[in-house]
Ligand binder design. Structure first.
Ligand code: ADP
Length: 166
């Protein structure tokens, strides 16, 4: 049984994340989409909001994929991966700009837990420019982001910023 962890902040989850999750679900017996609790970033959405959006988005995009699960973790990723019996950590690579940081993380993680391999997947070209920060910014300026994110996320962003404007 090959288990992979796909960790992230998912603030919020986008179609780029979902592309990577679907690709991973074809390669592994089980993919655990793992929300990082102790993110260094201060997220727009709370942990429970991000988790709910991940679940709703998966139900929306790929209900047929029975091998995708969701979870949240804190602490060191490799310790969590080992605890879950995972042998792979999946990361998305969009551009060279992702590379340096991801490369350092992957090597450090290999040092800490040689049995866990980092696997990099490239999304479809149309998602290579997409990231959660840009989505939050567009939504903040009132732009429609529904071509970049699942419906549940577009609605949640609309609600979040409507509340802020009042
Ligand atoms: P983190 O805080 O770990 O960077 P993110 O939620 O921003 O968490 O991203 C999680 C993973 O998804 C990272 O490997 C990131 O490179 C990848 N990712 C984010 N957006 C995209 C995208 N549009 N296409 C492919 N991979 C992506």
């Amino acid at each position: 049984m090959k288990i992979a962890i796909y960790p992230g902040t998912f603030d919020p989850i986008t179609n780029g994340h979902l592309d990577i999750i679907e690709r991973a679900s074809e390669m592994f017996d089980e993919v655990i989409v793992a929300l990082a609790r102790n993110s260094q970033k201060s997220p727009l959405f709370s942990e429970s909001e991000r988790q709910a959006l991940v679940e709703q988005s998966l139900a929306e995009c790929c209900p047929h994929r029975k091998n995708i699960r969701t979870d949240a973790f804190q602490g060191l990723l490799v310790e969590y991966a080992t605890k879950r019996g995972a042998t792979a950590v999946v990361r998305g690579l969009r551009a060279m700009s992702d590379f340096e940081y991801e490369f350092q993380m992957a090597l450090m993680n290999r040092k800490l837990a040689p049995e866990v391999t980092t696997v990099f997947l490239m999304p479809h070209e149309e998602y290579t420019y997409l990231n959660s920060t840009i989505i939050r910014e567009l939504a903040w300026y009132g732009k429609d982001v529904s071509t970049f994110v699942p419906k549940a996320v577009a609605n949640a962003l609309r609600e979040k910023f409507e509340i802020r404007y009042h």
